[in-house]
Design a protein around this ligand. Structure first.
Ligand SMILES: Nc1ncnc2c1ncn2[C@@H]1O[C@H](COP(=O)(O)OP(=O)(O)OP(=O)(O)O)[C@@H](O)[C@H]1O
Length: 279
């Protein structure tokens, strides 16, 4: 039996503006999104800017409430309009945003960024927290010296490794990756994608990978959802869609992806052994 960690049915999200003196305007950003994610797999969500990807990410990570529809995370019903999810469930879903610099507090040393959640949510001693942070840094390909640095002292790729490490410190089951490599150079993108793939294998993580860039998702996605204007226009096994996109919108998206960037990512992803720590 498949093991579904995330299941959404008919998710709707409306944003309302105006209404005091003028007419009320309702923008339906999600128009009934249904999806499911199997444990240890990657579900990619692609679509152009404004199609609702970030809105969906915020609902799946319990940052924002749906206007309608149901959401189940690790078997529990989640509806922020009715009740707040408990801390244990919140920890099961972590999010990694596009810009690693704004995700980190510029005045906080990396060690503290990594141990903060453990400080708040565990009985670990300071020494235990430090050991766990150093082990996690090692796991994402960073040396112990990084622990005493501030975000501005790191490259973009190293910062995104730190953000990934921080997300994994609380042992989540699901990680929502919202354009996780879009702000990085192409060669660094490939290294971070390789890292994400390795971490998924090692830790049995389930990913929702959100991106406008098809060349990036194709190496991680098991299943693919293509969104346009708040709706799913195509979904299925990623390999099938990449081989033969059915919907005209999907074909348009594919045509807009420069083959040069696909090739560059492909080449770099195959150079796994040369991926160093200096990303
Ligand atoms: N807080 C908000 N208030 C009002 N409208 C919003 C809000 N957030 C998003 N929207 C609207 O919802 C729609 C979907 O936006 P969303 O940011 O989810 O798309 P996206 O696909 O993530 O785009 P991008 O890749 O540019 O972030 C857009 O029309 C946007 O203007």
């Amino acid at each position: 039996m498949s093991d579904i960690v995330l299941k959404a049915d008919g998710l709707i999200r409306e944003y309302t503006s105006g209404g005091v003196f003028g007419g009320k305007k309702v923008n339906r950003a999600l128009k009934g999104i249904s999806l499911q994610l199997e444990r240890g797999r990657t579900l990619a969500v692609v679509g152009e800017s404004g199609c609702g990807k970030s809105t969906l990410a915020r609902i799946l990570t319990m940052i924002d409430a749906q206007t309608d529809g149901t959401l189940q995370i690790c078997g529990q019903n989640v509806d922020l309009r009715q009740h707040k999810p408990d801390a244990a469930l919140r920890r099961k879903v972590q999010i990694v945003f596009q810009n690693p610099y704004s995700s980190l507090n510029p005045r906080q040393k990396i060690l503290n960024a990594l141990t903060e959640q453990l400080y708040l949510n565990s009985d670990d001693t300071a020494a235990q927290r430090r050991d766990k942070a150093l082990a996690m840094l090692d796991r994402v390909g960073l040396g112990p010296e990084v622990a005493n640095r501030y975000p501005h002292m790191l490259s973009g790729g190293m910062r995104q490794r730190v953000v990934i490490a921080r997300a994994l410190m609380v042992r989540p089951e699901i990680v929502v990756l919202d354009e996780p490599v879009s702000a990085l150079d192409l060669s660094v993108q490939a290294q971070v994608l390789n890292l994400l793939r390795d971490l998924q294998d090692e830790m049995g993580l389930s990913y929702v990978f959100i991106s406008h860039d098809l060349s990036v998702v194709r190496y991680l996605a098991d299943r693919l959802i293509v969104m346009n204007a708040g709706e799913i226009v195509e979904e299925g096994q990623a390999a099938d869609i990449f081989a033969a996109p059915q919907h005209p919108y999907t074909r348009k998206l594919f045509a807009a992806t420069p083959s040069a960037s696909v090739e560059a990512i492909r080449t770099r992803l195959t150079m796994r052994h040369s991926a160093g720590q200096n990303a």
